[in-house]
Design a protein around this ligand. Structure first.
Ligand code: HC0
Ligand code: SF4
Length: 575
């Protein structure tokens, strides 16, 4: 261990630790801006470019960046000297000198790390007059808006996209204050290999990367007397939406969310969880079908649109292995426009389906031609994120905290515990196993929890024996982890029967459209715990026990994986 002194406190820390981390062990906080470390994701942006974390080290002439300077024996550090504070303030002033002064109207407004830091450091004027840059704003995609003028060159997006997701959309060009973060050949995002996972948005400290805001489109539909507006909510939204109203991370707000959606004026409030149960019926039958007919294995889950776009770009030779199941919210959308429209006697053209998702890639997914224009109408018309829903609720001046719990509408609001766990990494396969076990053995599964599939490990594996056959299973989250496993499959080094892949670390609970975690990974853990609590509280915890699903097959769809199901619930991929 290394002994040093920070602000007159003597401490011992392991060799190699940074001054910043050492200070944090004794609850001394040093402000940071570009620095971000997310252990659970193996993400570390440590480029020391912003110099906001500078401290004084006795005997050194220059201030040291605490994030990148390792501790040394006998070191004497001052984190709060006037010189350090003034230097930090000067760095923030310099960043603000060429930053657009549109904070009042910026989408990141209350969530901006730069703005928070300026306030915390007491920046009261900007001494430097820098010309503001005039880059074009990239509106090319249906998921993400990129405003390079608000970029502060922290390179968090680059680290996330290149190292964690291994998509490699961004790179830094130039040096020092002249650095610009660009896409290859300066192409608009829609022309790159971007998967729209939105993880760059999740780590961007400013408004340089935000979701495409579709709140006004929803307001318009709600105010159109000719439109019957149906909303559905993803599993992960109910365990994160409360954070938008200051509730503790991990607070379950399902009932309040439903009440808020009714107050906003939606004609029906349905649950994507219903379609998650339906997905289990379709996907489990598809797996059994492949095994019985010598189809190609592994079967890959296909509910994550960023993951789908990733394999379409990166593994075009594997296009026949993903499940052909549409993602649950698309399934629910098409059922609302067909089955439910018929029940109501409404022309599907007069129905608007809005999905509330933890995800920004779902916006792009809903706009994919085969899901949006191939049919007479789109499966899903508008997708908003958890953050956008929180904004809508605030715009309507609803006191979220005071709402009384309400229930989803019938029948497309019925769901089991198996559906809600879709929101956490490992949940889709755990749900599938609960059903596969009972269908294949005819026995009752007493212990429904599959602990081996839970938790934040990037790649989890299990071998589960069912009815005399061993099922080899893998659960992966994060696109970099997915790439490494798929490359091994391509090379014939390993194989599985079925693999769940989610693009975002933690699964949907960590989606790019969720309230910002600002680097606090305990928030993801709290959301995951809430997902599993919600599952335990459900009277039914296996998808095939969902009575509304049974009714749907009986009255409308026929057999799982049958003709009508194929027509409505399955899709194709293009390389
Ligand atoms: Fe997910 Fe979904 S679980 S992708 O992770 O499958 O976004 O929450 O809604 O569609 O159900 C996201 C979350 C969903 C879908 C479901 C799946
Ligand atoms: Fe990379 Fe995902 Fe951001 Fe696209 S959305 S640039 S894939 S991190």
């Amino acid at each position: 261990d290394i002994q040093l002194t920070i602000n007159d406190i003597s401490l011992k820390v392991p060799e190699g630790m940074s001054i910043l981390d050492a200070a944090r062990t004794i609850n001394i906080d040093i402000p940071t801006l570009c620095y971000l470390k997310l252990n659970e994701m193996h993400y570390n942006n440590n480029i020391a470019s912003c110099r906001v974390c500078v401290v004084e080290v006795e005997g050194r002439r220059n201030l040291a960046s605490s994030c990148s300077t390792p501790v040394a024996s006998g070191m004497v550090v001052k984190t709060d000297s006037l010189r350090a504070i003034q230097a930090r303030r000067a760095m923030v002033e310099l960043l603000l000198s060429d930053h657009p002064k549109s904070c009042l109207t910026c989408a990141k407004n209350m969530d901006c790390d730069l703005r928070t830091l300026a306030a915390e450091l007491g920046v009261r004027h900007i001494s430097y007059e820098g010309a503001e840059s005039e880059f074009e704003i990239d509106h090319s995609s249906s998921s993400i808006v990129r405003d390079p003028n608000k970029c502060i060159r922290c390179r968090r997006c680059e680290t996330m996209c290149n190292e964690v997701q291994t998509v490699g959309v961004y790179s830094a060009v130039g040096r020092g204050f002249e650095t610009v973060i660009k896409t290859a050949f300066d192409l608009p995002l829609s022309k790159t290999a971007c998967t729209f996972c939105g993880q760059c948005i999740a780590v961007c400290p400013t408004g340089a990367l935000v979701e495409l805001d579709q709140v006004d489109k929803v307001w318009k539909a709600l105010n159109d007397p000719n439109q019957f507006v149906v909303v559905q909510t993803a599993p992960a939204v109910r365990v994160a939406l409360g954070e938008g109203f200051g509730l503790e991370p991990g607070t379950i707000v399902t009932g309040k969310m439903v009440a808020a959606l009714r107050r906003l004026g939606f004609d029906r409030v349905f649950d994507t969880d219903f379609a998650a149960d339906l997905t289990i019926m379709e996907e489990a039958t598809e797996l059994v079908h492949r095994i019985q007919h010598g189809g190609r294995l592994p079967l890959l889950t296909s509910c994550c649109p960023a993951w789908v776009k990733f394999f379409e770009h990166q593994f075009p030779d594997l296009l026949d292995i993903p499940s052909t199941c549409k993602s649950p919210h698309e399934m629910l959308g098409v059922l609302i426009k067909s089955y439910y429209a018929k029940t109501l006697g409404i022309d599907p053209k007069n129905i608007t389906v809005v999905s509330v998702m933890p995800c920004v890639a779902k916006k792009y997914e809903a706009a994919r031609p085969e899901l949006a224009q191939g049919a007479e109408t789109a499966d899903v018309d508008i997708v908003i994120t958890t953050r956008e829903l929180a904004r809508m609720i605030r715009e309507a001046s609803i006191h979220f905290d005071h709402l009384k719990d309400q229930e989803f509408d019938h029948p497309l609001g019925e769901s089991t515990g198996a559906a809600v766990i879709f929101g956490a990494t490992g949940g889709v396969l755990e749900a599938a196993l609960r059903t596969a076990y009972e269908v294949l053995t005819g026995d009752t599964l007493e212990k429904v929890e599959f602990e081996a599939l839970r938790g934040m490990d990037g790649i989890k594996e299990a071998v589960i024996p069912i009815a005399g056959r061993d099922y080899r299973i893998a659960v992966i989250h994060g696109l970099g982890n997915a790439r490494s496993v798929l490359e091994k499959i391509q090379a014939g080094e390993i194989n599985y029967d079925v693999i769940e892949i989610m693009a975002c670390p933690g699964g949907c609970i960590g989606g790019g459209g969720q309230p910002y975690h600002h680097g606090n990974m305990e928030i993801l853990a709290a959301r995951a715990a809430a997902i599993y609590r919600e599952d335990r509280a459900k009277p039914l915890r296996k998808s095939h026990e969902n009575l509304a699903i049974k009714g749907l097959y009986k009255d409308y769809l026929g057999e799982p994986y049958g003709k009508k199901a194929h027509q409505l619930l399955h899709t194709t991929y293009t390389g």
